[in-house]
Design a protein around this ligand. Structure first.
Ligand SMILES: NC(=O)c1ccc[n+]([C@@H]2O[C@H](COP(=O)([O-])OP(=O)(O)OC[C@H]3O[C@@H](n4cnc5c(N)ncnc54)[C@H](O)[C@@H]3O)[C@@H](O)[C@H]2O)c1
Ligand SMILES: O=CCCC(=O)O
Length: 548
């Protein structure tokens, strides 16, 4: 990959200007020196900096150890917040500050809206092939920077490096998929009802798109919105989560190097409410693509009404996982553990409520408890770590509140149920021990609410209908899973589950080729696949009169 050689991207974590950690692109293999004490993080861009362009500015900021204060990307320029304010970014495994980034607000947001609006006419008039080629270059540069991006993700989100790699593969695949999919946007020609008229429909980009993303997947939640929006011909203002902005900034730098024109992709880091309100009030912003909590999603949904924006919302989940008595217990236990403890339980599609048929209940509790006992908690850059921290101490309180409530109502903790004893510096991190709860019942918080942490409750059921009724007994409708070897049961249960996605004998359901999204309070709209492209297009009906 020639571009990677010329435009090699490297990131350095610096302490008192002494480089403690250095991640390099795959052309120059990384020599990692792990440290847990990283009070300050800087992106270090080495090559590809042509004098006077934004990469050069980026480089200069890094040399001043100053990027941390700018960190907004508007109209192809790295900019500070207009009021000069900054916010801290923490490593949740150690609670140490790794960066201070710009805290942008309403005035910065207005400037990004102006840039995205000005860039829209020329970007939307490019051919799909031209846009696809730029996206493909972005994909190539992202792939060349894989280890750097995974390192950043791990340090700012806490997820183990191996999990960052997993997210990276999916996140990069979204760019590749939509780079290709843009060329397959097609319209319709309708059979005419009058001899002197022709009727057809074309699809056009909706305009300026606001994308707001969460911290639990710092890369893939971004690429699955930004890539289809850009492929469709829209321009974008992205607001990543304030706790994980660094991955987004790396993606912006690579997008710039790939040739995405100024103003087409803008990044705002900072005050969520001020940025969100300004984006939602703006008549120029024609679409909001949001992933995050159901609470914030509902606020944005209501706010979008005023300017009648197109909306897609990927919100919270409370996924059921049903294990029928004919299932392979080991496979089902492995499935539960891999789904429920992915990203330390902080995945919207994590198995959250496990329903086990009574004949196999005790064996299943034992199998899951044994598997959960194999996790090793610690810092994500340590290769032996298999379970990372939660995003913050509040999240630990939320999970422990669910566990305490379950125990108070009669459940038994078979493993975990506490804050683990970890050595320095992880004793300051936001860890909760992986936890299994047996004897769970429907009056417990853990049944009704999204736990979003490493604790799973096991409920007992006897009949198939009862399992489906329990599974559907939630306001959420994102993902559901079940394990059985019975074909007839598979169809009946898959069709009866009120969820946007169903995994049958499988938990790895996310793919760029398949529609991702929920129903009920889990959201509206779909990401990925051909449906994910439609979210950024509107249909225009054209009638041609031939009788003039
Ligand atoms: N359905 C999905 O695809 C999916 C994927 C990942 C996460 N999630 C959900 O996300 C939640 C966890 O993420 P989170 O805690 O970051 O969610 P969150 O709703 O607190 O934050 C999400 C984003 O919204 C921003 N935000 C917060 N308040 C805002 C406001 N008033 N206006 C505009 N933006 C605002 C945040 O800064 C962040 O960028 C969980 O509920 C999880 O299930 C859903
Ligand atoms: O948190 C939600 C995203 C999960 C995924 O992409 O598999």
């Amino acid at each position: 990959m020639a571009a990677a050689g010329l435009h090699r991207l490297s990131f350095a974590l610096t302490l008192n200007r002494q480089v403690l950690f250095h991640g390099l692109s795959r052309l120059q293999p990384a020599s990692y020196r792990f440290t847990t004490r990283i009070p300050r993080m800087a992106f270090h861009v080495r090559a590809g900096a042509t004098k006077g362009n934004a990469s050069d500015q980026f480089l200069a900021k890094v040399h001043d150890n100053d990027l941390v204060k700018t960190a907004g990307f508007i109209n192809g320029q790295w900019v500070a917040a207009m009021d000069g304010s900054t916010i801290e970014v923490n490593n949740p495994a150690t609670d140490e500050i790794i960066a201070n980034v710009a805290c942008m607000k309403a005035a910065d947001t207005k400037s990004a809206i102006a840039a995205a609006s000005a860039a829209f006419p020329s970007w939307s008039h490019k051919t799909a092939k031209e846009r696809g080629s730029v996206l493909r270059r972005w994909y190539d540069l992202v792939v060349a920077a894989e280890d750097d991006i995974c390192t950043i993700m791990t340090v700012e989100s806490g997820k183990p490096f191996k999990e960052s790699k997993g997210e990276f593969v999916g996140g990069a695949a979204s760019i590749e998929w939509f780079a290709e999919e843009g060329r397959r946007v097609e319209g319709d020609i309708f059979a005419t009802v009058q001899q002197d008229r022709r009727m057809l429909a074309i699809k056009q980009p909706v305009g300026v798109v606001a994308a707001i993303t969460p911290w639990n997947f710092p890369m893939s939640m971004i690429t699955r919105k930004v890539a289809p929006a850009l492929a469709a011909g829209c321009t974008v203002i992205l607001k990543p989560a304030e706790s994980t902005p660094l991955t987004a900034l790396a993606l912006a730098e690579l997008a710039h190097r790939a040739g995405i024109p100024d103003g087409v992709l803008n990044i705002l880091v900072g005050d969520a409410k001020a940025i969100g309100d300004t984006l939602m009030e703006s008549a120029a912003v024609r679409k909001i693509g949001f992933t995050g909590s159901t609470r914030v999603g509902k606020l944005l949904f209501a706010a979008a009404a005023d300017t009648v924006k197109k909306v897609s919302l990927e919100l919270g989940g409370n996924a059921p996982f049903i294990v029928f008595d004919d299932a392979d217990i080991d496979q089902a236990a492995a499935g539960v553990v891999s789904s429920a403890f992915r990203n330390a339980g902080q995945t919207c599609i994590c198995a959250n409520r496990i329903f086990v048929q009574e004949g196999i209940y005790d064996d299943f509790v034992d199998a899951v408890t044994k598997k959960v006992g194999e996790f090793k908690q610690g810092g994500g850059l340590d290769p032996s770590t298999t379970l990372g921290p939660l995003i913050g101490h509040k999240a630990v309180e939320h999970v422990s509140g669910h566990v305490e409530d379950a125990v108070a109502k009669g459940a038994t903790v078979t493993i975990g149920g506490k804050i683990p004893d970890l050595p320095e510096p992880y004793n300051k991190g936001s860890f909760y021990a992986p936890t299994v709860i047996s004897g769970a019942t429907t009056d417990m918080k853990i049944f009704r609410e999204e736990t979003f942490g490493p604790a799973i409750p096991l409920f007992k059921f006897s009949q198939d209908e009862e399992a489906v009724q329990l599974a559907n007994n939630t306001e959420y409708g994102l993902a559901a899973y079940f394990f059985t070897k019975d074909l007839k049961r598979s169809w009946k249960v898959a069709e009866a589950l009120e969820f946007g996605m169903v995994g049958v004998n499988e938990v790895g359901i996310t793919s760029e080729v398949a529609p991702f999204g929920g129903i009920k309070h889990s959201g509206i709209g779909r990401e990925h696949s051909k449906y994910g492209m439609d979210e950024f297009l509107y249909v225009k009906y054209i009638q041609m009169g031939l009788g003039y």
